[in-house]
Ligand binder design. Sequence first.
Ligand code: ZN
Ligand code: ZN
Length: 373
Amino acid sequence: MKFRKTLFRAVLAALALYIVWAGWQVARFTRYESAPAAPSASSSAPDGLYELQGAYHMHSRFSDGHKTVDEIARVAAAAKLDFIIFTDHGKPNFASLDAQGRKSGVLVLAGSELSVSRGHLVALAFDRPAPDHPFSQNAEIAAAEVHSLGGFTVIAHPYAKVRWSWGELADYTGLEIINGDSVIRENFLRHLPYYPLLLVKPSFAVLKMIDPPDVTLAKWDQLLARRPERPMLGFYSTDAHFLYRAIFPVLHLHVLLDSPPAADFADARAQIFAALRRGSFYSAIDGAADARGFRFRRDGPVLRVSAPFSFAHETIIIHDGRVIHRSPATELALPLTGPGVYRAEVFLRERSPLDGGVPWITANPISIEKDGR
Ligand SMILES: [Zn+2]
Ligand SMILES: [Zn+2]
C-alpha cells in the first residue's frame, strides 16, 4: 500500500515537472518574422520575381491520407499557402489528378507517388498515361516514361521509410532532403517528449523533431559530382498523411516566377511546375523563421546571395561538396573559383527549436562548366 502511494506521488511529480518543462519550452518559442514588404505571389521583389509559398508531397483520402482534398486545401489556406502538391500513391493516381484546381484560394496541384523497384518516386507535371498503360514498376523505366509524357521525377525520402537503392543515375530531376512524415515517425524515443506538444504547439513540436539531414546532403553532393551538367534539385517535402495542420506551416517550397501566377488554373499550374523543374525555387523551414526574399544566383563571374533577414543567420557556400565560405551578411558577392557545382545553405543563428545543424534554407545548385559558362 505504502509502495503504491509512493509510486503514485513519483508519477505525479514527474508529470508536473514535464508540464513545467514543456510550458517553458513552448513559451520561449519565437518564430522570426521578415520585413512586411517581403515578396509574395501578388507583389514582386526588387528583382522582379514573384514568390509563391507552398507545400509539396502529401496524401489525401485518394490514397492513405486522412482528409479529403477539399479539407486539406482549407488547412493550406489557413496556413496562407499559395499552392499545395498532392502525391497520392498510384501508377498514377487518376482520382487525385482529377481533383486539381483552385480550392479555398489555393492552387491545388497533383502528381503521384510511384512505388518502384528502387523505392518511392514522385512523378510530377506529366500528361496522363492511358489507364491500361500505367507507369512501370521498374524505377529507371518509370522515370523515362514520366519524362516522355512531359513530366519529371523526384526521389522521395531516400534514407527513411522505403529507402532508395541507388544504382545507375537515371533521369531523375531531384531528391527529397527533408521529409516531414519521416521526421515525425522516426527516432520515436528521442521525440517522445515532443509528441504531446503536437496538440499544444504543433509547429514547435515538428521543429524539435527535425534532425540534420547530413547523410542525404552528402549523397546529394555525390550525385551532383556524378552529373554536374544537369544538377539534381533538392526538395523539402511534407509527406503529410494526417498532421496537415502541424506540418504545413513548417516545411515550404518558395517558387520564383517571372510573372504573377495566371488567373487560369491550368496556366498557373504550368508556371509552378516549370519553375520547379528548372530549379527556380528554394526549400525553407518557415516554421522557424519567415524565409521570403532569399536569393542565390549567378551574376557573371560572381555568385550572389541575398539573405535579407534582420535576425541572425549564417550562409554557407558549398563548392563540389566542400564549404568554401561562411558569412552572416545579408548580401554576399563571391567570385567563382572555378568550374563545378555551387550550392548554398542558410542556418538560423537565433535561439530556435530548430537544431543548429539543420539548414533553415537550402538553395538549388548552380553548375559552372569548364569554359566558365
Ligand atoms: Zn513514400
Ligand atoms: Zn508520400
